[in-house]
Write a new protein. Structure first.
Lengths: 312, 350
């Protein structure tokens, strides 16, 4: 049953041997790092989001709900109309979530077969395939995104090739469209989907598939009822690793999408680095984003616990 | 054996550390920390400064006035000696008490400041800043795409059919909104409701004709042909033209943006003397001209013209044609007006 990630009993206490008795201290460095570089900044952000905005950046130490009010209520351009629901920021968040979700689905559609293919190669060639997957990612994300812009622009090689083959007469406009943003997100995060699924499929015990076939299951049924449920933790991990960074991405929207519309990332950036200089609002938007990410992670954690306890 | 080696290396380490601390203390007076725009300072000029004064220079860069302000407010005030903000940002820094003053007698080259720049509205009497470079922000039009008259803000806000959907604007609230206000003929920082509504409507209606909001790539979109019209700084337009774009820089009859970048003395500068030496250095005509030759802008320093390369003397971007209006400086609005323009900007990009 080595193929099933859920096969180790949760009750058995594993022993690390060399670290017997001091195991708890092994976590100390991580706790220090996380405490100082993650929890402290997040706590600061939480506090800032409830403070009063100082003109042109900075905060005044007076508690205020203005940042969250601005997010939720619209009082018109001049601030004197009766409050109605503010759709601006909800629209920006919804757009970012939609794009991140679409990027995740695209990565899954391409990434799953790729990961399966690699995991089913002979053990000695898998390393080569994985190596090939990672090669483009040795280059900085910014440079890869700019290069992609060069490839897909109106006068770029892609359009020139299509025109030379006679498939199209005039260049297809790809740069500065939502399609380009999708392409950028998909391309940036594909390996984050492939690698966890590969790890899961590699541990999959193919005797399970054979058993299914012996019992007259079709290929489709075997995929749906045996393979996917077993490698599901890998799929979920991949989806999370693609979805979360896509949600806050602003390189692809800015460079490939033309920065015509705010994404969550660029909206937050504008509050700190732009003319608005509204730190509490930037902090509030970050907290709302953080809460959403936390909900996704809690969902994942619950899925994990359920699959470990075998309750499906 | 192992133990003695460890001890030895410990002692060695202590000596090295002590030495480092000692040189650090001795060298403290001989350092200068600059906070500057990207691609705006030739390395040779910094080397020259170090050769002449013995002061070591470190430089960090920013990509917008607002990013610089945010960084200073977030705690880097007190780590830099000088920064190079634009006109309106000098005023903002001054008003929020982030600059310190100097006497004109501290700078032996103070009188080199060009007449009109001696008493600017953003720093009356030049008590906190000296000129670095000045220029204009308008837009450039690809002459293969459009042959008609380009000296009108219609190019951005009411473009002819052949230019629609081929316009890049700067991803910068101040410069884009000021161009729109000049187009409409309304005052900057106006809180008049009709004015703000008209501005909002104009931006909303124009957006469909704009292909992108890009500041860092303002030059590249014109060179690559991604955009046929691009809002751009004059020196950047020169560079785009030199890189092969068949473009012409416009001086619209409705007006355009003028700006001046300035070296300011920051509050709590760790090396005030070095900062003064640097400001003096930048007021030498030859040094100011070196920046001009590098960045393709003009210097506000008397006598710098003598060191300008011909590209600057004859540049169509730097020399406004007869009859063109003067450029308009971006104003720092008050809190109430700024909140309105922030809302207009967010609505534009939602």
């Amino acid at each position: 049953m080595a193929g099933l990630p859920s096969s180790t009993s949760a009750k058995e206490k594993p022993s690390a041997g060399v670290f017997d008795g001091i195991a708890i201290r092994l976590l100390a460095p991580s706790w220090l790092m996380i405490g100082f570089f993650l929890l402290v900044p997040v706590a600061m952000m939480l506090v800032y989001s409830f403070l009063t905005k100082e003109f042109r950046g900075g905060v005044i130490w007076e508690p205020s709900l203005a940042a969250y009010d601005q997010f939720i209520f619209d009082r018109g351009l001049f601030g004197d109309e009766p409050p109605v629901i503010e759709w601006t920021y909800i629209t920006i968040f919804a757009r970012s979530i939609w794009q991140a979700a679409l990027a995740t689905v695209l990565c899954l559609i391409i990434g799953f077969p790729t990961a399966y293919f690699i995991a089913t190669r002979p053990a000695n060639t898998r390393g080569v395939w994985l190596f090939l997957i990672t090669i483009p990612y040795w280059v900085n994300l910014l440079i890869r995104t700019v290069s992609m812009k060069f490839l897909i622009r109106d006068t770029g090689p892609l359009n020139q090739f299509l025109i030379s083959t006679g498939l199209i007469d005039s260049p297809i406009h790809i740069v500065n469209t939502n399609f380009a943003v999708q392409l950028g997100l998909f391309y940036s995060y594909l390996p984050f989907m492939v690698l966890p699924i590969y790890a899961a499929v590699e541990r999959y015990n193919f005797a399970l598939s054979e058993a299914a076939f012996d019992l007259y299951a079709s290929r489709w049924t075997t995929l749906r009822k045996i393979l996917i449920p077993v490698v599901k933790p890998g799929i979920i991990a991949g989806c999370i690793l693609v979805f979360i960074p896509s949600l806050g991405a602003f390189l692809a929207p800015d460079l490939l999408g033309g920065a015509k519309t705010f994404m969550i990332g660029s909206l937050i950036e504008e509050q700190f680095k732009g003319s608005a200089g509204n730190w509490p609002f930037g902090a509030a938007a970050s907290m709302i984003l953080l809460s959403m990410v936390l909900v996704v992670l809690l969902f994942y954690a619950r899925q994990q616990t359920r699959s470990i306890n075998g309750a499906r | 054996m192992k133990r003695s080696f460890k001890q030895k290396s410990f002692h060695l380490g202590a000596v090295v550390l002590a030495a480092a601390l000692a040189t650090g203390a001795a060298g403290a007076a001989e350092k200068l920390s600059i906070y500057h725009w990207f691609e705006y300072m030739p390395q040779e000029l910094l080397n020259k400064f170090t050769d002449e004064t013995g002061i070591e220079v470190t430089m960090d860069t920013f990509d917008s006035n607002e990013a610089m302000l945010a960084s200073l407010k977030a705690g880097s005030l007190g780590t830099y000696d000088v920064a190079v903000p634009s006109d309106y940002m000098v005023k903002i820094l001054l008003d929020s008490g982030m600059l310190q003053s100097f006497e004109s007698t501290e700078l032996k080259n103070f009188d080199n400041i060009d007449g009109p720049w001696k008493d600017p509205s953003f720093d009356p009497g030049r008590k906190h800043s000296v000129p670095y470079q000045w220029g204009t922000t308008s837009f450039a039009v690809n002459r293969d795409a459009f042959k008609g008259d380009i000296n009108t803000t219609d190019m951005l806000f009411d473009p002819p059919a052949e230019l629609q959907g081929k316009i890049n604007v700067l991803d910068s609230q101040g410069e884009l909104i000021l161009m729109a206000q000049l187009h409409l003929g309304i005052d900057q920082c106006s809180t008049n409701r009709e004015d703000v509504k008209k501005l909002d409507a104009l931006l909303q209606a124009s957006k469909k004709n704009w292909v992108s909001f890009n500041s860092d790539g303002a030059k590249d979109v014109l060179v690559s042909g991604d955009a046929a019209v691009g809002q751009i700084f004059n020196g950047y337009s020169t560079k785009a033209r030199e890189e092969g774009a068949n473009i012409e820089y416009a001086f619209p009859k409705e007006g355009y943006v003028a700006w001046m970048d300035n070296v300011v003395l920051l509050k709590d500068a760790p090396n005030r003397a070095a900062a003064i030496a640097f400001m003096d250095f930048m007021l030498e005509p030859e040094n100011a001209a070196a920046v001009s030759n590098y960045a393709q802008y003009k210097a506000g320093v008397t006598g710098a013209e003598a060191f300008f390369e011909d590209t600057i003397k004859n540049s169509p971007e730097l020399n406004a044609p007869d009859g063109a209006p003067d450029g308009t400086f971006v104003q720092a609005c008050d809190q109430q007006a700024q909140a309105l323009y922030d809302a207009v900007w967010t609505r534009l990009k939602k």
